[in-house]
Design a protein. Structure first.
Length: 207
């Protein structure tokens, strides 16, 4: 039980730390409200579940051992982050009414945001290495491995949902100004530039 508490603390700090996933949640919350960010948050959480599963299989070992596989995944992830950055940088400020609809009258696109969050998490090779390095420290291999693994993964994914929803509600408080012409342009440029920096940083990262 003590090791589980330590895992929860480490996982909470990790999820709280700023990164592409947090930025995506903040952007969606500002543009579509806290409820409109749910799709992306669930995509990130589900992607976390898949990445954790990958890290426990031979595919995770392959990514850890093969520099070619790591490089391919790294550049795919970097390209996707840069794509998101350019897309956000060029986006106009979005007007949002009280019902959570954009100025074009279209409802929030939760399915598209889910796929964005999922893709963001699946194309990050660093996430695989995080789970490969952290999980073994909290697993008792003399007991049932599957149950322990499932508990840790579900805990981490649940923390992703809860913490990202907290970020979304915090962003919602400022969405009135940030969805104005001036504020929207500023947040789009800052968010887009940050995404591109994350992409460049990932592309130049080593193991």
């Amino acid at each position: 039980m003590e090791s589980y508490v330590i895992f929860v603390i480490i996982a909470t700090i990790t999820v709280l730390s700023p990164g592409p996933g947090v930025l995506l949640t903040l952007t969606n919350a500002i543009r579509y409200g806290a409820g409109g960010a749910i799709g992306g948050i669930l995509g990130i959480a589900f992607g976390t579940f898949i990445v954790a599963g990958v890290s426990a299989t031979s595919l995770g070992v392959l990514l850890a051992a093969s520099s070619v596989a790591f490089t391919i995944m790294k550049f795919i992830g970097a390209a996707y982050l840069i794509y998101l950055g350019i897309k956000l940088w060029r986006s106009p400020a979005v007007k949002i009414d009280q019902d959570g609809f954009t100025s074009t009258g279209k409802p929030r696109k939760k399915r598209r945001q889910f796929l964005e969050g999922l893709t963001l998490q699946l194309t990050n090779p660093k996430a695989v290495f995080f789970f490969m390095s952290i999980f073994p420290q909290f697993v008792d291999y003399s007991s049932n491995y599957s149950n322990q693994f499932l508990l840790l993964v579900v805990t981490y994914s649940a923390l992703v949902v809860m913490i990202h929803m907290l970020y979304a509600h915090l962003a919602k408080m400022a969405r009135g100004w940030l969805s104005s012409d001036r504020g929207g342009k500023i947040v789009n440029r800052i968010g887009g530039g940050t995404f591109m920096c994350f992409g460049i940083g990932l592309a130049s990262a080593t193991r």
